[in-house]
Design a protein around this ligand. Structure first.
Ligand SMILES: [Zn+2]
Length: 72
């Protein structure tokens, strides 16, 4: 299992980005801006959890650390 977080600040393109806190990421937001998403086998689980919690927001995986889940 890996630990994921979502950046509580929206990106310029309107997405809320998910990062992998277990592997780390050079684009990880500041700790104060991280909302934990819990532990998931892959980023897909983290994206799914985030979409459940923030149904009206655009959720996307980080290009760098969650590339399989990066769509836009
Ligand atoms: Zn990342």
């Amino acid at each position: 299992m890996q630990s994921f977080i979502i950046n509580k600040n929206v990106q310029p393109n309107g997405d809320y980005e998910i990062h992998n806190a277990t592997t780390g990421c050079m684009h990880m937001p500041l700790a104060v801006n991280q909302i934990p998403l819990g532990n998931h086998l892959t980023c897909y689980g983290a994206v799914s959890a985030a979409r459940t919690a923030w149904a009206n927001q655009r959720i996307n995986g980080c290009f760098y650390c969650c590339n399989p889940c990066h769509t836009t």
